[in-house]
Ligand binder design. Structure first.
Ligand SMILES: Cc1ncc(COP(=O)(O)O)c(C=O)c1O
Length: 473
C-alpha cells in the first residue's frame, strides 16, 4: 500500500460515516471516530489523513468541523500536524491491544461494505449544494403566491417549459409543455402507467429487456402486469421477437445494465412494430447525459412522439434523493395519466420543481452535467487502467456511457467472483442479479461495477480490492 492518504483514508471514510450519528454533534462524532480508528489500529502510525476539504466533502460536513476534530486530536497526541506534510497519525499512537474498553452499546447502524462498487447511485458528495441553494432561493423569492396553493398534477408550468427546451436541445425529444407530466422519477412513472392493473393507463403483456432492474420488474408484477423478456445480443434488445405485447420497455441510449445502445435499425424496427400493432414504447432514458466517447445517442422518442412515452429523472444527473422526474407523453395519454395522478400534486414538491426549473434555465444543470461527465469519465479511465495493469485477463465492456461498466468473466465464474468480492468487503452485483427469471443467460457471466458512488478518496483502494478478487483468465 502506498503512503498516500488516498489509499489509507478509505477505511476511515466508511467508519466515520457510521459513527457520525453518535451523540454530541458532528465534530464530537468525527473526533471520536478518528480517535477510535487510531486507537484500534486501523490507522497505522505515520498514515497521512485526507485534507480538510476532501474529507469534509465526502462526509457532508463543514471544513471547520474536520479542522476542529484534527486539532483536538493533535492536542491529545493522537495526530501530528506539520507544515508541508499534512496531518498524520502520531508515531507513538500504537493501538492499545488489551486496554481498550468494550463499548457498552453496539453501534446503532449496520456496518456497510468497505468498498462500494454497486451500480445505481451518482457521487453523492458532488451534489451542487451552492448552485442548488442559490436557485432554490431565487425560485422561492420569485414564486407567485398561487405557487403555495395546491399543486397542479401536471407539474409547475415553469418546469415543463424549461424541460421542453432542455430535452429538445440535449436529448432530441420533440414535445411541448402540455405533454409533459412531472413525476417523482421512473418508478413513479411505472406506477402511474400500470398502477391500476387492467384499469391502468397501459396494460400488459409488456416486453422488457432480458436484463434490467429487478425493482422495476417487481413493481410491474405487483401491478399484475405480465412481462415478456426480449433476448439481448450485440445490437441490443431483439425487438424482432415482439408480437402481441401491448407495450415494450427499453433503455435505448444505454442498455441497462449491459451498456450498449440500441442499434439504429432496431430503433426504427420497434417504432414500426408499435405503429403496426397500435402499441407503445416506454423509453427509460436514465443516464442519457453521460456519454463519453462520442456524441450523445438521442432519444428514441424523437422518431415518433405519438408512439413513445419518454421518461427521465434527475436520479443519475443530480441526486436520487430529490425524487424529481418527467414523462413526455403522446397526446392521448396526457388525460389518463393526470387522472391516475389525482386532482392534486401529492408527490413532487412544488418548490423543488421551481428550483429545478431555475437550475435548468440558469445553465447550472448544464454546468453540473459537464462537470460530472468529466469526473465520471476520469473514474471510468481509472477503472480501465487498473484492470489493464492488474487484471489484464478481464475484458471490460459498456464503457462508452453511464456510471457503470461490465467486467466479462469466464463462463461459470460469476457467482464465485461475487462471493469472493463480498468476502473482501467489495460490494457489487453479477449480471445474474439483473436477469429476468424467464430469460436465458444471453449476456454470459459478468460483474456490474458502479464507478460513480465511491467517495473520491476511497476509489483507488476500491479498485485495488476489486482487481484482487477477479478470477484468473
Ligand atoms: C435502469 C434505471 N432506470 C431508471 C432509474 C431511475 O429511477 P428513478 O427515477 O425512479 O430514481 C434508474 C436508477 O437511477 C435505473 O437504474
Amino acid at each position: 500500500m502506498t503512503e498516500s492518504w488516498v489509499n489509507s483514508a478509505e477505511r476511515i471514510g466508511a467508519d466515520l460515516h457510521l459513527e457520525l450519528s453518535g451523540p454530541g454533534g458532528r465534530r464530537a462524532a468525527l473526533t471520536r471516530a478518528l480517535r477510535e480508528a487510531v486507537r484500534g489500529g486501523r490507522l497505522a502510525p505515520g498514515t497521512r489523513l485526507p485534507p480538510y476539504r476532501s474529507l469534509a466533502a465526502d462526509l457532508g460536513v463543514a471544513r471547520n468541523t474536520v479542522a476542529d476534530a484534527y486539532a483536538e486530536l493533535v492536542a491529545e497526541g493522537w495526530l501530528t500536524a506539520r507544515q508541508g506534510s499534512g496531518t498524520r497519525v502520531a508515531d507513538r499512537a500504537e493501538p492499545l491491544r488489551h486496554a481498550v474498553r468494550t463499548p457498552v452499546k453496539a453501534p446503532s447502524r449496520a456496518r456497510g461494505p468497505r468498498h462500494d462498487l454497486r451500480q445505481g447511485a451518482p457521487d453523492a458528495s458532488a451534489f451542487p449544494r451552492a448552485a442548488w441553494s442559490a436557485c432554490y432561493r431565487r425560485a422561492l423569492q420569485g414564486a407567485p403566491s398561487e405557487a403555495f396553493g395546491p399543486g397542479d398534477p401536471a407539474g409547475r408550468r415553469e418546469l415543463r417549459e424549461a424541460l421542453t427546451e432542455y430535452l429538445a436541445r440535449a436529448r432530441g425529444v420533440r414535445t411541448e409543455p402540455d405533454r409533459i407530466v412531472v413525476c417523482s422519477g421512473f418508478a413513479h412513472a411505472l406506477r402511474l402507467l400500470f398502477g391500476q392493473g387492467a384499469g391502468g393507463v397501459l396494460r400488459g403483456p409488456l416486453g422488457v429487456e432480458a436484463y434490467g432492474l429487478e425493482f422495476h420488474r417487481g413493481l410491474l408484477a405487483t401491478a399484475g402486469v405480465r412481462t415478456v423478456p426480449l433476448p439481448l445480443d450485440e445490437h441490443g434488445a431483439r425487438v424482432d421477437v415482439l408480437g402481441r405485447e401491448r407495450a415494450v420497455l427499453l433503455t435505448p441510449a444505454h442498455q441497462f445494465p449491459t451498456g450498449g445502445p440500441l442499434h439504429p435499425e432496431r430503433r426504427a424496427a420497434v417504432i414500426d412494430w408499435a405503429r403496426a400493432r397500435g402499441a407503445v414504447v416506454l423509453e427509460d432514458d436514465y443516464d442519457g447525459e453521460f456519454r463519453y466517447d462520442r456524441k450523445p445517442v438521442g432519444a428514441l422518442q424523437g422518431l415518433d412522439p405519438e408512439r413513445v412515452i419518454y421518461v427521465g429523472s434527475v436520479s443519475k444527473s443530480l441526486s436520487p434523493a430529490l425524487r424529481l422526474g418527467w414523462m413526455v407523453l403522446p397526446q392521448r395519454y396526457v388525460g389518463p395519466v393526470l387522472a391516475a395522478k389525482g386532482e392534486r400534486e401529492s408527490w413532487a414538491s412544488v418548490l423543488d420543481q421551481l428550483a429545478l426549473a431555475e437550475f435548468l434555465v440558469s445553465g447550472s444543470y448544464d454546468r453540473h452535467v459537464r462537470r460530472m461527465r468529466q469526473r465520471y469519465r476520469h473514474r471510468r479511465d481509472r477503472l480501465v487502467a487498473a484492470l489493464a495493469a492488474d487484471a489484464p485477463q478481464v475484458e471490460v465492456t459498456g464503457i462508452a456511457a453511464g456510471l457503470h461498466a461490465v467486467l466479462r468473466l469466464p463462463p461459470g465464474t460469476e457467482r464465485s467472483a461475487v462471493k469472493a468480492a463480498a468476502w473482501q468487503g467489495v460490494a457489487l452485483d453479477g449480471l445474474a442479479a439483473f436477469r429476468h427469471p424467464q430469460a436465458a443467460a444471453s449476456a454470459g457471466d459478468g460483474l456490474v461495477v458502479g464507478y460513480a458512488a465511491a467517495a473520491e478518496h476511497a476509489y483507488g483502494a476500491a479498485l485495488e480490492a476489486l482487481c484482487g478478487v477477479l478470477p484468473p483468465g
